[in-house]
Ligand binder design. Structure first.
Ligand code: 3PG
Ligand code: CO
Length: 582
């Protein structure tokens, strides 16, 4: 299946193509801008016409405005089946978005593959299940099976139905004792929804438990504070997870429900920020992890599963002192990194994302550039390259990571946008690459905080950086492609599914929304005047999505587009193309 990328037209000196991903900046209802202010007894609120919580429209974005009025502007699908998710009710996310951008195709993604493996029963026949769950020690109760993961139906990292299916499967296998280590979400679902999922789980356990089957929640914590760090941004998050799940160290409660209620009385915690919680019974933690136990991390998405998997399996581990390192049988829902074989055992085979743009371009000796700040660095490298860490050929790939701040991002909504722009502009002037991609984390990372005002500022910060890069593009012979991976900042308040009107809480204030959206994303080609021919957007691809961008980049750069990629979005002006796919 090897493929050699060929140039249709010879390389054009220092001409460059740079793709800018504005993470979490969906594009919807552009007319609904803030017009006036209105006050009610709770204080000043934006006008009714604006009360959709769209921080993208509310932000001052002169550069984005210039871009959306270009002739080469359209929107793209970035959610649901267009990015390989089970249904069009599934919001987009960065993993599937960047996979589609970097690979030029739509792959059935984790959420879908796990559903299929559970439905067919193949998950329970696989090697990992057999080695980790079908074990005598678990059947005669001398060992415990631990299940750890994100407790919600967000379908970005995990799904509660998968957890239920694993518990049922283990019970059927003859396992007697299971302990659950539940990470509370509030980021892929509403910010204060943990109790709903805990109750759902407790009801499920009531049905399943019996004198011969004992399954209980043992530890917990909010996902942003406990266990689910990514890209080695802050190992202390994983350390807290290790201590609470493995060693049973943390604040003690008698049930998870009690813990969440008590903690919320003490402080206005959002679910994702809740501290480590240990459940005790008879004065002892209910489920520490011991030699000989089995442990499954049931998140299917890799970025936030890699560090905890390493902490639980790596012999020579130095990121933090482990105090105790039990010998366990460990499996991930998926293999989170194919190159590192991490973890060795996994329940479901991840999508085989091959022949990504980076791979093809590296083989063709094309210089590439990738840059973002820590929070999204792996998005433009690991996800972009089909969930692969490392490079295909270091000679042609320059990757720059700008360290992210270790603070709640709503406190610094500009994040590292200026530094990313600095670095990118430097590389543009230095002609160090022919094809590049960068990611601005702001709209997404600040969007996840639920802070509307900060998110407005975060989008404005991206706009400022955009403006600088647009200017540099004119001076450095660079064509820009500006796009987003999914929506988030475009919907900061919960909207009623039917009426699309804002949902208010009992105090008359909009209910906040911290998760991604179903919105389309903007797509624009800027500074295409430097091409030797005129181009236009095809008008026969109304359903195009993120997977169509790769072929567009290759075409703009003068390469023959691989016929296994989704079609390019552009054509030479005046010509007609016939598309097989739509
Ligand atoms: C996260 O991991 O922060 C969220 O679950 C998803 O956000 P992302 O897909 O934008 O990274
Ligand atoms: Co996000």
């Amino acid at each position: 299946k090897s493929f050699q990328l060929n140039r249709v037209s010879p390389s054009k000196g220092n001409r460059k193509i740079l793709t800018i991903v504005m993470d979490g900046v969906g594009y919807t209802n552009p007319g609904a801008n803030i017009t006036s202010e209105m006050s009610n007894e709770k204080g000043i609120l934006p006008s009714e016409s604006f009360l959709t919580g769209n921080a993208v429209n509310a932000a001052y974005t002169p550069n984005l405005q210039r871009l959306v009025s270009c002739s080469l502007f359209r929107t793209l699908k970035a959610h649901g089946t267009a990015v390989g998710l089970p249904s069009d009710d599934d919001m987009g996310n960065s993993e599937v978005g960047h996979n589609a951008l970097g690979a030029g195709r739509i792959f059935a993604q984790g959420a879908k593959l796990v559903n299929a493996a559970l439905e067919s029963g193949n998950l329970f026949k696989g090697d990992a299940w057999q080695k980790v769950v079908n074990r005598e020690d678990l059947k005669n109760k001398t060992a415990t099976l631990h299940l750890c993961g994100l407790l919600s139906d967000g379908n970005v990292h995990s799904h509660i139905d998968h957890l239920f299916a694993l518990i049922k499967g283990a019970k059927k296998e003859g396992v007697k004792k299971i302990r659950l280590h539940m990470l509370l979400d509030g980021r892929d679902v509403g910010p204060l929804t943990a109790i709903n999922y805990i109750e759902k789980l407790e009801n499920f356990l009531k049905e399943e438990n019996s004198p011969s089957f004992d399954c209980k929640i043992a530890s917990s914590g909010g996902r942003t504070f406990v266990t689910m760090d990514r890209y080695e941004s802050d190992w202390s998050i994983v350390e807290r997870g290790y201590q609470v799940h493995i060693l049973g160290e943390g604040r003690v409660f008698s049930s998870l429900l009690e813990a969440v209620e008590k903690l919320r009385e003490e402080k206005n915690y959002y679910d994702q920020d809740l501290p480590p919680i240990v459940i005790h019974e008879n004065g002892k933690p209910l489920g520490t992890v011991e030699d000989g136990d089995s442990f499954i991390f049931f998140n299917f998405r890799g970025d936030r599963a890699i560090e905890i998997s390493r902490a639980l399996t790596e012999q020579n581990f130095t990121a933090f002192p482990r105090k105790r390192f039990p010998k366990i049988f460990y499996a991930g829902m998926m293999q989170y990194d194919g190159d590192l074989k991490l973890p060795e055992l996994f329940l479901v085979t991840p999508p085989a994302i091959d022949r990504t743009m980076t791979e093809l371009l590296s083989k063709a000796s094309v210089k590439q550039f990738a840059c973002s700040e820590t929070q999204k660095f792996g998005h433009v490298t690991y996800f972009w390259n089909g969930n692969r860490s490392g490079k295909f050929n270091a000679e042609f790939e320059k990757y720059v990571e700008i360290p992210s701040d270790l603070i709640p991002f709503q406190e610094r909504p500009w994040m590292k946008s200026a530094e990313i722009a600095d670095e990118t502009i430097k590389q543009m002037y230095a002609n160090s690459f022919e094809i590049g991609r960068i990611n601005f984390a702001n709209g997404d990372m600040v969007g996840h905080s639920g802070d509307f005002a900060a998110t407005v500022l975060s989008v404005a910060a991206v706009d400022l950086a955009l403006g600088r890069i647009m200017k540099a593009a004119k001076e450095t012979n660079t064509i820009l492609i500006v796009v987003a991976d999914h929506g988030n900042a475009d919907e900061m308040f919960e909207l009623d599914k039917k009426t699309k009107k804002v949902v208010y809480d009992k105090n008359g204030l909009p209910k906040l929304k911290t998760s991604h959206t179903l919105s389309p994303v903007p797509f624009v080609i800027y500074n295409e005047e430097i091409l030797e021919h005129k181009i236009q957007l095809k008008d026969n691809l109304p359903l195009a999505g993120l997977a169509n961008v790769a072929a567009t980049i290759l075409e703009l750069a003068g390469f023959q587009v691989p016929d296994f990629y989704e079609p390019s979005l552009i054509e030479i002006k005046g010509s007609k193309t016939i598309n097989k796919k739509e």
